[in-house]
Write a protein that binds this ligand. Sequence first.
Ligand code: ATP
Ligand code: MG
Length: 416
Amino acid sequence: MSKLIRGIRGFRDIPPDEAFRHRHAEDRTRDHFTRFGYREVRLPLVEATQLFSRSIGEATDIVEKEMYTFADRNGVSLTLRPEGTASAVRAYLEGGWKVQGGITKIFYTGPMFRYERPQKGRYRQFYQIGLEALGGPGPLVDVEVIDLLHLLFVELGIEDVKIHINSLGCPVCRPGFRMDLVRFIRDVAGSLCSNCVGRIETNPMRVLDCKVAGCQDALEGAPVILEYLCTECHDHFSRVTGGLEDLHVPHEIDPRIVRGLDYYNRTAFEAIGGGLGAQNAVAAGGRYDGLAREIGGEAPGIGFAIGLERLALVMDWSKIALNVVDFYVAAATDNARIPAMQIADSLRRKGYSVETDLEDRSLKAQLRSANRTGTSRVLIIGDDELKEGTMQLKDFSTGVQETVDRRAFLESIGVK
Ligand code: ATP
Ligand code: MG
């Protein structure tokens, strides 16, 4: 036998139970987004490398070390998308998706690719569902987007995830903050991890977000961006937080929320918690009024992306049935095997999920299988039942078995 060929590190196979959970989480999120007027778009998995290096920023973790970049057969540099926002904004600009006199609300879902160290909740191919509201610069857009995220958690029964929010200012007020931050970080550089030391000049804001505990301690007393905001940014932020209060969206102002991508300005937020440890952000997003300009257009926007694996980890699955089998149809004799399959089909045509035996097994073995499916209802037919037009209906939950008229029973459950 040949040696088993294995998958690539960080690229997972998602088995049925987990795929069911992802699908379920994704479907409910999709429905939720739709209730706020968002419409799904499908975007390519591959883009010109430049799209990401320009929009996300050269000095970010993603562009510096996490992208899957390769040359195609013509030597053009392409990249597997590490996130969805840059593609969504590109498609919006290129496709002329601007809604006249309104906000364009779109969402996407699918795999993203980042060359990171694989660990629980962190993979090299992972799945996001994210949305973008494009064309509206005002704070009420931010309020609705964050409110939507909060209501999604309510809808999915997620209680211990909290929305942390901050403002990143704008090109007018951020430089002053950045200067003071760099000064502060230089003074404590001795206690920072090597990663952070490397970021002092290139991406000092990202130091605030470092997950190493020692770095977090060293940053005690670091300058707080909210104290540097210009009047416009300050007003924007107060209207956002005021709106969240009025809509009863629990949130916490957190000066450490900085986002790792360059394109963000003003409102930035993350949904944190759910016992995820260092991989603790379920969703993250923010406003990116300057992003479109980097790729040749103009569009203020705000959006977020939810990590589906992490969402599935923090959801309450206790009340959601994983695998629903409505009926098991068992054949007590060989003559009944095909009739059992026919009855199963008539049930399936009406939408029931039905299993039967395909291995010529004994009735006893079939009942054991039926039990394993988790269904409580088994229909048994043998020679007598075939002759008399009846079935045995066995209810596993009560243990009761009774003879029923085949036609009358099927009619009673909507199958004629
Ligand atoms: P982190 O700080 O955890 O690296 P990030 O800031 O890189 O997150 P974003 O780019 O904002 O993350 O992506 C949004 C969400 O996508 C994250 O909150 C997380 O739920 C999920 N995510 C990001 N990277 C990964 C990954 N490698 N594996 C699984 N999920 C991920
Ligand atoms: Mg990351």
